[in-house]
Ligand binder design. Structure first.
Ligand SMILES: [Zn+2]
Length: 268
């Protein structure tokens, strides 16, 4: 085994993996991706994520209401999510939650409402949060300040902000993760990647989206995570092994993953 990697953000419950998930997980393991966190975007998909953790020991789950799903979410989903999380230790975070003013600008009030509820849920359950932020850095900063949230345990996923945004989130105690877009020739945020200290950096595929070069525009899968790590290593001018080791340590610490994920056991 070469490097050990952890894919901190993917959506393996989606239909894109309906036909060959066992193969996808096996390929990831062969690529050194020892653990994967699959994230729900609403109540039903969060339940589906939990079911996958029961089939595949390498999988962990996160449960939450994604900003693009707030219009369909029901008020009672919050309680159902809480029950789900309390009953399933394989759920290691509240996510995917956040604000998105790129895909959805009409339900902004519901977005703020659900984001606040999910942050409070994570606090009650003492779990980290996985935050989606698309075109909403100013609004999110404002929301945290307005809610009196000064420190937060979690990660800003698929980070798309500027250095000034990264600094704000890092000061709050958050981690920052990058996905396959760091490998694109037209990726503009190299200075942001460099700015994030290695002890706050996480890697993710966001599969089935955001496939790294040379798979761009194809279905992404966790086995491609090392390509994200290699792109980060080039930007930081560090050995790939160092990026793998540090980001894996960070993922284990943030999500309280069992140290057994470091063991090179065969199978699923
Ligand atoms: Zn996602």
């Amino acid at each position: 085994m070469n490097q050990i990697w952890i894919d901190t953000h993917c959506h393996l419950q989606l239909e894109a993996f309906g036909a060959d998930l066992a193969e996808v997980v096996a390929r990831a393991r062969r690529a050194g991706v020892q653990a994967m966190i699959t994230l729900g975007t609403d109540l039903a998909s969060s339940q589906a994520c939990v079911q996958l953790t029961e089939r595949f020991p390498a999988l962990f789950a996160a449960a939450g209401i994604h900003p693009s799903e707030v219009a369909r979410a029901k008020a009672e989903d919050e309680r159902a999510l809480e029950t789900l999380i309390r009953n399933h230790p394989a759920i290691v975070a509240v996510g995917e939650i956040g604000l998105d003013f790129y895909w959805d600008t009409t339900h902004w009030q519901a977005q703020y409402d659900w984001f606040g509820r999910m942050l409070r849920l994570a606090q009650r359950l003492d779990l980290p949060v996985v935050i989606h932020n698309r075109r909403a850095h100013r609004e999110m900063t404002w929301f945290f300040q307005e809610q009196g949230i000064e420190q937060l345990n979690g990660v800003m996923h698929c980070f798309s902000g500027q250095v000034v945004d990264a600094r704000f989130y890092l000061d709050m105690g958050l981690h920052i993760s990058f996905t396959g877009n760091v490998s694109y020739p037209d990726f503009r945020n190299r200075e942001v990647v460099k700015f994030v200290p290695l002890d706050r950096l996480l890697l993710e595929t966001d599969a089935p989206y955001m496939a790294p070069v040379p798979y761009r525009k194809q279905r992404n899968e966790p086995a491609y995570l090392p390509l994200v790590g290699e792109a980060i290593a080039r930007i930081h001018r560090l050995p790939v092994a160092e990026v793998a080791r540090r980001t894996t340590e960070n993922a284990i610490r943030l999500f309280s993953l069992p140290e057994t994920v470091l063991q090179d056991h065969e199978g699923s």
